[in-house]
Every structure is written in structure tokens, then in C-alpha cells.
Design a protein. Structure first.
Lengths: 172, 398
């Protein structure tokens, strides 16, 4: 009878130890989860069509944003006492995380490029009204030729000629 | 009298119709990029933007070496004045194989001036915007593509060289040496960190050079597993020549037109002509644009400050905080500032918001790191416990 009781006791101890470890992991993770900053917006994988991003979070001291997943050259926003911050950004894919007591998980979002061209009433000025550097070509009587590379918001004087199409495409 | 009035009305309306309008068109995204996969079939969506809120038509066409693999859902789209955007869908059906490198399709969206379709009248001057489709086919062996981004930090230049492995094989070691030139004179060389890059992976090399203010040329030699690619880029070192000293609004009451004063400093020894301020204002809860305002064009005399004024109608504006992006355009250049706007019943205040280049994360651990440490610690404790238990068992047997 005594010989059977010993292994039973040992098994009980092992089960208790394993359970205790699970509980410990759970408690630590729960504590870390509670103290980690929360990321609300932009959502993971969000596609943003404005070149302005509104970051929403809680429990963060700073926000780190990078176009590399490994955050090798991050840009930082100090956000102590804030729960949201808006900032103008160039088109591209970005990764972001918040730093508080610990670092949060990483999320990514994309700012879509927008190619926009405006020809004024007198057909004398072209303007890049998009959010990316735009390569403008001129199509005249079936012939296509490079004209100018326009930075965002920049105007360019053109000569008024009929049957001309000014074509804009994302540069680079 | 009535007949005269009607005649005047007809003439006025005819003249109004003859006045040329602004021709503006936008498309987003400007580019979709994907890696080649044999027989891949995929649909893409792009939005055509009616930036001038007018009724117009566009025609669509596809060009480029991938044109025969792309089909567009519609070839003509009509916009009503109140339609801000319309989506187009285009589908791609790739062949079994393509030659290595970049392959493109351009989906051109062309504004059609009224009266130029179907009436035999030729197209007058117009604009066209393109949404591009880029398909990358891997090169045989090792191939690294890089570009040079240079950040002027006043007394130093920081080089960020994003690199993408576009070959079929992994790159074991990649780094770059950067030669700094003033004219033909070489001033020095800096070297970046060394990294390995998997097939299709994007990573970044970086280096820093400290120097005097001035205009320089960087010759970036990208070295990877015995191959060298060279990129040349000019850059400026030193402080910006134009700066925003302050943004303010005086005597404001919510509902009024707010006069926003931007104090701009010209640090150059020559006059700046046609400086223009523009500001996009966004809601604090959404990315929705609330206002898009701009100033007149101003000349700023050498080594002096000038106030650039903009007006924001706050009749439909609520109390609260707003985000904004301020841009000062001058002589083909621009500077940008991000500002937080706090709108109260009788005041409007602006606070600067901006990114700084971070050198680290303050030594804070990530959730994953903590999880790894906890699990590692428990594995270690269990191992120690197991070894102790086995030894005890062995000694018990003896």
C-alpha cells in the first residue's frame, strides 16, 4: 500500500508544479499586457488615402514610426499625456509601435500615393496637386516627350497649344 | 424690356459656358507593386478623384509592356459635379514566364473636354493621370537594388540606403562605402553597417558624415557578395534657409473667419519671391480634411521676416483639437510643419508637432522579448529541477 502511495504523491507534485508555472506565465503576461501601451489607430494593414495620419493610443510615452520592419532608423513622436496625435506623412508603407512601460506590438499601415495634375483656366500653368513627385510628359500630335518632374504643390509654366495632353505619373 | 433681359440672360449664359474652367484630375494609388508569380491572376482597384467637383468625362487606356495582360472594367466614365471619386477595377493575368527585371503597365485616365467626344471636334489641351502597375521578376543569382536617402541634420548628414534583394539567391553580406566630394575634391569616406538579406527582403544600411555647411556630392558604392553598384547624389549640409518662426491668430471668436498669421524668416542673402503658405486641417478623430487654405504670394526681402496671412472660415467648425500640415512653398522648394490646433470659443492656439530621428527606444522591452525571457527562465528552472530530481533518483537507487 505504501509503495503505491509514493508515485501518486510525486505525480501530484509534478502536476502542481506544472500548473503553478502556467499560472505564473499567465500572471506575468497579464501584468505585462495591462501595462503595455494600447494601439487603436491606424489599424494593422490600414490603407490611408490622405497624407495625414491620426495615431490613437493609450499608455504611451512615445510613438515610433519607420519604413523598415526592424525599426533600424525610426522617427519618434513624444506623446506623453496624449491619447492621439496627427501628423503629415509621405506615401509609403510604415510600421509603428508605442513605447510606455514596455513596447507594444508592431502594426503597419500604407499611405497611398495620389497623382494629381491641374491645368489652370488660361492653360498656362500646370500644378502638381497630388502627394507625390510627378513626372509630367507632353503628348502633342501623337508624339510623347518628357517635360518636367514636379514636386508636390509646385507649378510649372506651359505654352498654350491645342491638341496637347499633359500626362502625370508617379516619379521614381 | 423683358425681351432685352432674356437676350442678356442668353448671352450671359453662353459666355459663361465659353469661359474655360480649371482642368484637374487625380488618381490614387499612383502605383501598385507586386512580385512576379507564374499565371498569377489578380484584381486591383484605383480611385479617380474629381478634385474640382465638376461634371466631366474620362477615357481609360492601358499602355506599357504588360498592357496585353491587363484589362480595365470600363473605358469611359462620366462624373457628376457632386461625385468626389469613382473606382475603377482592372485585372491582371500574368503569363507563365517573363524576362527578369521590372515590367510595367500604365493605366492612363484622360480628362475629356466637353464636346470633344463623338462630335468630330478634336481634343483641346487637357490632362491625364496614370496609375502604374509594377511587376518585378527576380534576376538569376544575386541582385541588390538600392537608393540613397540623405537627411541634413545641420552639422551632419545621415545616409539611409534602403536595399531590396531582387535576385533569386540570398545575399550573405551587403554594405556600402560613401565617398564625399566637394566638386572634384574627395573629402572623406564613411562606411555603413554590414547585413545579410534574404530573397525579396527589404533592409536598410546607414552611415553618418560630419562636415561644414555646404553643397556636396555623395558617391555611394553598394557592395554585396563581390558585386558593386554605384549611386551618386547631391546633398546640402547646414540649416534651412527659410524657417517658420510662429503661427498665431488674434481676436478670434468661433464662427468668425480666423486670420492665421505665419511669421516666416528668410535667412538667405537674396530676396525670396512668390512664397506661399498653405495649410490642410484635419479632424482630431478622423483623417477627414476639414479645411484646405492658402495665402497670397509674398516676396520676403533678404535676411528679414514676413507675415503670411491665411483665412479659415470657422462657421461650421466645432470646439476641440485639430491636426494640421503647414507648408511654405518658395522657388520650387518647400518646408513643412505639423501643428496641433486647439480651437476654443474665443481663442485658437497652435502647437508644433514633429518627428525627431530616434537613436533607440529608451531601452524598453517589447512584449515578445518579455515573453521570451519568461519562457526562457521557466525552461531553465525546469531543467535545473529535472537534473536535481534525476540525480536524487540515481543516488536513491544506489
Amino acid at each position: 500500500m505504501k509503495i503505491q502511495e509514493k508515485p501518486k504523491k510525486k505525480t501530484k507534485v509534478i502536476v502542481l508544479v506544472v500548473l503553478g508555472q502556467f499560472l505564473l506565465i499567465g500572471a506575468i503576461l497579464f501584468f505585462v499586457y495591462l501595462s503595455a501601451p494600447r494601439l487603436e489607430a491606424p489599424l494593422n494593414g490600414a490603407v490611408i488615402r490622405e497624407d495625414f495620419v491620426q495615431f490613437k493610443f493609450s499608455g504611451a510615452e512615445m510613438i515610433l514610426v519607420d519604413d523598415n520592419e526592424d525599426f533600424s532608423s525610426p522617427k519618434m513622436l513624444n506623446v506623453s499625456d496624449l491619447s492621439s496625435i496627427g501628423i503629415g506623412m509621405k506615401p509609403g508603407k510604415y510600421y509603428w509601435k508605442a513605447v510606455g512601460n514596455v513596447e507594444s506590438f508592431t502594426r503597419s499601415f500604407v499611405i497611398d500615393s495620389n497623382v494629381g495634375l491641374e491645368l489652370n483656366k488660361n492653360e498656362s500653368k500646370l500644378k502638381n496637386v497630388g502627394n507625390v513627385e510627378t513626372n509630367v510628359t507632353k503628348e502633342y500630335q501623337g508624339t510623347l516627350g518628357g517635360l518636367v518632374i514636379l514636386d508636390v504643390g509646385v507649378e510649372y509654366n506651359v505654352n498654350m497649344t491645342n491638341e496637347t495632353i499633359y500626362r502625370g505619373e508617379q516619379n521614381g | 424690356m423683358d425681351k432685352k433681359f432674356i437676350l442678356f440672360l442668353i448671352v450671359f449664359m453662353s459666355m459663361s459656358l465659353m469661359v474655360p474652367s480649371v482642368c484637374a484630375l487625380g488618381v490614387t494609388p499612383g502605383r501598385n507593386t507586386l512580385d512576379f508569380s507564374p499565371n498569377l491572376e489578380r484584381e486591383f482597384t484605383a480611385s479617380i478623384l474629381n478634385t474640382e467637383s465638376k461634371a466631366f468625362s474620362v477615357v481609360l487606356s492601358v499602355e506599357g509592356d504588360l498592357a496585353s495582360y491587363v484589362s480595365v472594367s470600363e473605358d469611359k466614365i462620366n462624373f457628376l459635379a457632386d461625385e468626389k471619386s469613382k473606382n475603377i477595377v482592372y485585372s491582371l493575368k500574368l503569363p507563365k514566364g517573363l524576362s527578369p527585371g521590372l515590367h510595367k503597365a500604365d493605366i492612363a485616365i484622360t480628362d475629356v473636354p466637353s464636346g470633344s467626344l463623338g462630335s468630330g471636334v478634336s481634343i483641346t489641351t487637357t490632362v491625364s493621370v496614370i496609375t502604374q502597375l509594377y511587376v518585378y521578376v527576380p534576376y538569376p543569382g544575386k541582385y541588390l537594388e538600392g537608393r540613397g536617402d540623405i537627411v541634413n541634420k545641420g552639422t551632419s548628414a545621415v545616409f539611409y540606403i534602403p536595399v531590396i534583394s531582387r535576385g533569386e539567391e540570398k545575399i550573405d553580406e551587403a554594405y556600402c562605402t560613401i565617398g564625399i566630394y566637394n566638386g572634384e575634391t574627395k573629402l572623406g569616406t564613411v562606411e555603413s553597417n554590414r547585413i545579410s538579406i534574404e530573397k525579396g527582403e527589404r533592409k536598410e544600411l546607414n552611415a553618418e558624415w560630419i562636415g561644414e555647411p555646404g553643397k556636396y556630392k555623395a558617391v555611394i558604392s553598394l557592395i554585396y557578395d563581390g558585386k558593386i553598384e554605384t549611386i551618386e547624389k547631391e546633398f546640402n549640409l547646414g540649416l534651412e534657409n527659410v524657417d517658420v518662426l510662429g503661427v498665431s491668430v488674434n481676436e478670434f471668436k468661433l464662427g468668425d473667419v480666423a486670420k492665421i498669421k505665419i511669421l516666416v524668416q528668410n535667412k538667405e542673402s537674396g530676396e525670396i519671391t512668390s512664397a506661399e503658405a498653405s495649410m490642410k486641417i484635419y479632424g482630431s478623430d478622423t483623417n477627414e480634411k476639414v479645411a484646405d487654405i492658402k495665402s497670397e504670394k509674398y516676396n520676403i526681402p533678404a535676411k528679414s521676416n514676413k507675415e503670411l496671412n491665411m483665412y479659415w472660415d470657422t462657421e461650421k467648425v466645432d470646439l476641440g483639437q485639430y491636426g494640421s500640415n503647414l507648408k511654405i512653398n518658395y522657388e520650387d522648394k518647400f518646408i513643412e510643419k505639423n501643428l496641433k490646433i486647439d480651437v476654443k470659443e474665443d481663442s485658437m492656439t497652435f502647437t508644433g508637432v514633429g518627428f525627431v530621428v530616434a537613436s533607440g527606444t529608451g531601452g524598453k522591452m517589447s512584449l515578445v522579448t518579455i515573453l521570451v525571457i519568461v519562457i526562457g527562465f521557466l525552461v531553465l528552472v525546469n531543467l535545473v529541477w529535472l537534473i536535481w530530481w534525476m540525480r536524487k533518483k540515481k543516488s536513491g537507487k544506489k
